[in-house]
Design a protein around this ligand. Structure first.
Ligand code: LMR
Length: 401
């Protein structure tokens, strides 16, 4: 059987990390995968995560299974982070949350849930979107289509075209929105645009699925939830897949959640029972450790305050790098306008670099970016900025004649 197989292509993002690790160049820079780096180029364990782990080591009494949908303390903390503690969705029990192995795990459970409960649903993703989105939905047997989103001419959202497309999506289909820090472009909807989009999809009976992987990385934990909360304002059914990989730095613990919001507590429970079926037939029940860390921090006032400070530090460092990157490119005599990079949000920017330029950066300078031109700003440091901008200036000169 296996002799007949031709090798599958490497993953467009995680495949880069594999190639990066094998590159012997000491000056190499990885701007590929969305992983935060500190000023020294390390991906640190957050101080609050260490403290929570110490507490868990001392207090944990069992490694027995979690429930299919995970720990109740984690579920509650997740809902409070998404909606705010006093939100009517939380107090009225209109939401049900399942702890999941990362944001990707949550998306796959959502995909299986949609395939099982919404016959004929097509999933609509932004053009462009995270390259793994279509793969995850198609793996569950769902059809995937795109709606216009990014405008390369303005480096902003093509909002009119997007709205027009939303008005043509049939009832019973699913619309994937990025909660904040759109991946790969770094360009988000403004609050009024969120409200308009949410109203249109609610009117049409289209279900929003919000992929919320970067809460805290754009403006702040509360501010970044504005899109999610605006969408909830319509009272319709919603799915939210959130991740704790980035804002807790818990990448390899695989912790995230899928939250179902329904119009009543009964409907939320009914939906949750189908989510549990999807989990049980996939990975049975979630890994415990990452979720236990998240809930230890979110449910302790002091640890939570310190964690919020750590999220602020990460966000501010990324924003500092955005500005330094633009300034350093200017210093290197780059004429092409990169000012938009300073306005984009989160880890990623669509740099506008072509596939050819990305390849040259990698071949000549060992600088790794995604083929689409997406760069991870969190991979930049004061120490590598000069080399990076020099290389980009050289590549632009070489390819622009
Ligand atoms: C990314 O887009 O780089 C991250 O979300 C990591 C991943 O799984 O692709």
């Amino acid at each position: 059987m296996f002799e007949k197989l031709t090798p599958a292509p490497p993953d467009s993002i995680l495949g880069l990390t594999e190639a990066f690790k094998q590159d012997p160049n000491p000056r190499k820079i990885n701007l590929g995968v969305g992983v935060y780096k500190d000023a020294d180029g390390n991906t640190p364990i957050l101080r609050t995560v260490r403290m929570a782990e110490e507490r868990l080591l001392a207090s944990e009494k069992t490694k027995s299974y979690l429930p299919i949908d995970g720990s109740p303390a984690f579920q509650r903390a997740t809902q409070e982070l998404l909606f705010g503690a006093d939100h009517e969705i939380v107090t009225g029990k209109r939401a049900a949350t399942a702890q999941a192995p990362g944001g990707t795990g949550a998306l796959r459970v959502a995909a299986d849930f949609i395939a099982a409960t919404m016959p004929g649903a097509t999933v609509w993703v932004s053009d462009p979107t995270w390259p793994n989105h279509p793969g995850v939905f198609k793996a569950a047997g769902l059809a995937v289509r795109t709606y216009p989103y990014f405008d390369p001419a303005t480096h902003g959202v093509k909002f009119e075209a997007m709205i027009e497309a939303l008005r043509s999506i049939p009832a019973g289909h699913v619309l994937v929105l990025h909660g904040c820090c759109h991946n790969p472009t770094g360009v988000d909807l403004a609050p009024a645009q969120w409200r308009q989009a949410a109203e249109i999809v609610a009117e049409r009976g289209v279900m929003p699925l919000i992929d919320f992987a970067y809460q805290g990385f754009a403006e702040g934990l509360e501010q970044d939830a504005a899109g999610v909360r605006a969408t909830c304002g319509t009272g319709g059914d919603i799915l939210i897949a959130n991740s704790y990989s980035k804002n807790f730095g818990l990448y390899n613990e695989r912790v995230g959640a899928l939250t179902v919001v329904a119009s009543s507590a009964e409907a939320a429970q009914a939906a949750a029972s189908h989510v549990k079926l999807a989990v049980r037939t996939n990975y049975s029940n979630p890994p415990a450790h990452g979720g236990a860390i998240v809930s230890a921090i979110l449910n302790d006032a002091q640890l939570r305050r310190q964690w919020e400070q750590e999220v602020t530090e990460m966000r501010e460092r990324i924003n500092t790098m955005r500005h330094l990157f633009v300034e350093t490119l200017n210093e290197k005599g780059v004429e092409q306008d990169f000012d938009f990079i300073a306005r984009q949000r989160g880890m990623f920017s669509f740099s506008g670099l072509s596939a050819e330029q990305v390849k040259l950066l990698r071949d000549k300078y060992s600088i790794y970016a995604v083929g689409s031109g997406r760069i991870n700003v969190a991979g930049m440091t004061e120490a590598n900025m000069d080399y990076l901008c020099e290389a980009i200036a050289d590549v632009l000169r070489a390819t622009q004649g």
